[in-house]
Design a protein around this ligand. Sequence first.
Ligand code: HEC
Ligand code: HEC
Length: 195
Amino acid sequence: MASGSESLNGDAEAGQEKSVTCAACHGQTGNSPTGDFPNIAGQGYKYLVKQLMDYRTGVESNGERGRYNMLMAGQVANLSDQDMHDLAAFYSTQEHDIGSVDEDIVAEAQRLFLGGDTDRGITACAACHGPGGAGMGLAAFPMLSGQHAQYTKAQLEMFRSGDRANDPNAMMRDIATRLTDRDIEILSQYINGLY
Ligand code: HEC
Ligand code: HEC
């Protein structure tokens, strides 16, 4: 990781200009049209910078470190630290859409999200992501609110299998290994309508 990047400040207007190529998948303002691509509108600034850097590290290390995804690899390979900060400044200041959730699973999912499960050693999601899924910006804990269920499910499965391993101190891998397929299914749906 390049040094000094912590002290860079993003410029949202410059970021908007640089976001033209991103719009094809993530939508004009970061609300993506399908669950194949995550919503990034309103996501935390620090988290966004970290992910972009992690994807670049993934490219540089042939997937050994950071975060690797084929589609994102081509996008970040040539971005500078300043570009990443500008893009993060743009997306973090956009309004994000909220989806919906099937009433049938709300109670069950909410119990796990807000309370965790002591018997199974699952910490409440809300402890880090907030009760409404808004995340914690300074800690770079991501916002989850309104995210496409398909994307959330895929990420939880990748944390569980270890295919995604860029979470500090294995915080998410530790939790995801304790989740059943059903937990992942209902949490993903719940998060889509959560705010
Ligand atoms: C060809 C489609 C495509 C384009 C273009 C694209 N992305 Fe992505 N992006 C994806 C996909 C797919 C993922 C999820 C990948 C994964 O599972 O890791 C993703 C993930 C991300 C994430 C992580 C989101 C999260 O919640 O962790 C960020 C941030 C991001 N993209 C930013 C950008 C930016 C900035 C650009 C433009 C420079 C861009 N993307 C261009 C497809 C695309
Ligand atoms: C101890 C804190 C902590 C707890 C508890 C926690 N998370 Fe996370 N979660 C994180 C961190 C940190 C990240 C970001 C990792 C990174 O930097 O890539 C994350 C990332 C995620 C992501 C990926 C977001 C994205 O945009 O790609 C999902 C989905 C997620 N968590 C869901 C959950 C769910 C569901 C629970 C409860 C079962 C949970 N988390 C509990 C800290 C936590």
